[in-house]
Design a protein around this ligand. Structure first.
Ligand code: FAD
Length: 545
């Protein structure tokens, strides 16, 4: 339905729906499906020109998931599960994008998505009990409920290097890779950034470029993916008990159906520890390496160091030049306190004659010039710069909708000036009928996000349906509940090693961003249990009117 009398920016029209969704990635698509089934009218808006979110934007060479794809999939429809077969253990970006397109077609979702449309701002009108979303194209959206499925890793971080605009060559961002690909053959390429996207793309770019210079500020732990077809044991397990495995994932700590280790490092001999480590290193399983070695690996610095040392030994074995190996070896954070990466030939790529590592801890970049990059020791002639500099994670895309004005015109920017506070990572006091999918305060980026997204979407849509049935029109967390959740978040974090690392989980990668550990560290299963308990106790911590 279209209403008259909209703000100027929206050309005089308003699209009126029950629920406005921003984002058409994994979360937005499932939301559309569930909201429709619940009989709620809805529209999703996305700046992208098609569905896919992360997998629409990140088309760089080597882009893949790092959770086994068979687990990184929707589980809400058993028929969908058997209608789609993954070809690899860790699928590539094109295959995941095809999957999300397949899902959009199967449930006819595109007809409720406005592509190529950015949501610019959002304001709550207390008298109408509705949100008004302003957009850069087409009508504004008036909605009773506003759901931000805007993604935890969707707001790229701009480069902070002087002179970047003077550069005369080509510039690319891994997070906005051109759809037609980039021909890097015979070119001198600079890669800035060695996070997950850098680590995945460096081996492939090194094969194409005449010279690749990698500029590294902070080394990351990377584990070999050993990619290939879905392992036979997993395929057999799934065939036998798909529902059981899915349920196990939902109640696990990370959203993946593998049991964590229960023995402590000190209960094992050195030989036993090494044997476990070698087995996992050979299997190429990131979540296994994060959880299955010994019980104290994620909570005790000494237990963690035993594992980190074994990985450091591997790096030294693979990388032939000792100075390069030393520069690639992380010492500034415990293993797992920063998201480790999965790679294919990452470390070995530094043995190639056409690859150079520049350690920015020893020679920082002074500037980018018309023809290349200058550190404070040398100059490099460069044809192409690739920025793999990551994201303003978790809050970046939410705050890019600016302003978000809640009750009494209160802005989310002011509310979060000292860092994000939420109730369950899903709702914010003072912002009625606003929901964040995988927001700060939820397990989100510390989990298999497919599982977390399904849980969030089910929670939100079930609540909206229940509210409608009971005749409620608004929902909002109390300040007390939000303060309690913030305290609980902090308590959980103190028993992990995340407190020992400055990472994008804490906002440390973005200058000026308030520092706080943003994801919930209590685990996917415990979090689900808390959400369920809140519902069974009459929406504990929420005000409904
Ligand atoms: P997204 O997929 O990020 O989609 C959000 C959408 O919202 C985007 O399309 C964006 O354009 C749109 N949007 C944002 N703001 C606005 C606005 N103001 N107006 C209009 N549209 C807007 N997670 C895992 O669990 N396992 C993995 O292996 C894994 N691998 C990853 C690899 C890469 C390279 C990256 C970047 C992330 C990876 N992730 C992984 C995390 C991944 O982001 C999530 O798994 C998942 O895809 C998130 O889905 P989403 O729908 O919540 O958000």
């Amino acid at each position: 339905m279209v209403e008259a009398g909209a703000p100027e920016s929206t050309q005089g029209e308003i699209q009126t729906v029950d629920v406005g969704v921003v984002g058409a990635g994994f979360a937005g698509l499932y939301l559309l499906h569930r909201l429709r089934k619940a009989g709620l009218s809805t529209v999703a808006l996305d700046t992208a020109n098609d569905v896919g979110g992360t997998w629409y934007w990140n088309r760089y060479p080597g882009a893949r998931c790092d959770i086994q794809t068979v687990d990184y999939s929707y589980t809400f429809d058993p028929e969908l599960e058997t209608a789609w077969q993954w070809s690899e253990k860790y699928a590539t970006q094109p295959e995941i994008l095809r999957y999300l397109g397949f899902v959009a077609d199967r449930y006819d979702l595109r007809r409720d998505i406005r592509f190529g449309t950015r949501v610019l701002g959002a304001a709550w009108d207390d008298s109408k009990e509705r949100w008004l979303l302003t957009t850069d194209k087409g009508p504004a959206v008036s909605c009773r409920h506003y759901i931000m499925a805007t993604g935890c890793l969707s707001q790229p971080k701009p480069p902070e290097i002087e002179g970047v605009h003077d550069f005369k060559g080509e510039i690319y961002f891994t997070s906005r890779w051109p759809h037609d690909g980039v021909d890097l053959r015979g070119k001198r390429v600079a890669m800035i950034g060695t996070g997950s996207s850098g680590i995945q793309s460096i081996p492939i770019i090194a094969e194409q470029a005449s010279q690749l210079t990698v500029f590294q500020r902070t080394p990351n732990f990377a584990l070999p993916a050993h990619n290939g077809p879905l392992p036979e044991d997993r395929a057999a397990q799934l065939a036998q008990d798909r529902n059981g495995l899915r349920e196990q994932a939902r109640w696990s700590l990370t959203g993946v159906p593998i049991p964590p280790a229960v023995e402590f490092s000190w209960q094992m001999s050195e030989a036993e520890r090494r044997e476990r480590f070698e087995k996992l290193w050979a299997s190429g399983d990131l979540v296994g390496m994060l959880t299955q070695l010994w019980a104290d690996q994620g909570v005790d610095a000494d237990g963690n160091a035993l594992l980190a040392d074994l990985i450091r030994e591997k790096i030294r074995e693979i990388v032939k030049d000792p100075e390069t190996a030393a520069a690639l070896t992380p010492h500034d954070h415990p293993f797992g306190a920063k998201r480790p990466c999965l790679d294919t030939n990452y470390y070995a790529t530094f043995n190639r004659p056409n690859v150079t590592l520049v350690n920015l801890r020893q020679e920082p970049i002074a500037s980018i010039t018309a023809n290349g990059i200058k550190t404070d020791k040398r100059s490099f002639d460069i044809d192409v710069i690739v920025f793999a500099t990551g994201f303003d994670a978790m809050t970046g895309a939410i705050r890019a909708v600016h302003p978000i004005k809640g009750r009494d015109g209160k802005s989310l920017d002011d509310t979060w000036a000292k860092g994000p506070e939420t109730y369950l990572g899903l709702t914010v006091a003072g912002f009625p009928n606003l929901f964040l999918i995988t927001g700060p305060g939820s397990p989100s980026v510390l989990s298999n996000m497919a599982v977390s997204i399904e849980q969030h979407v089910d929670f939100v849509v079930d609540r909206l349906a229940a509210m409608r049935e009971a005749g409620f029109t608004t929902i909002e967390p109390t300040e007390t509940a939000q303060a309690g959740w913030t305290r609980h978040m902090a308590d959980c974090a103190t028993v992990t090693l995340h407190r020992l690392a400055n990472t994008w989980y804490t906002g440390a990668n973005v200058p000026g961003k308030p520092q706080a550990l943003m994801p919930y560290t209590g685990g996917v299963g415990p979090y689900r249990g808390i959400c369920n308990e809140i519902v069974s106790r009459g929406m504990l911590g929420f005000k409904l009117t």
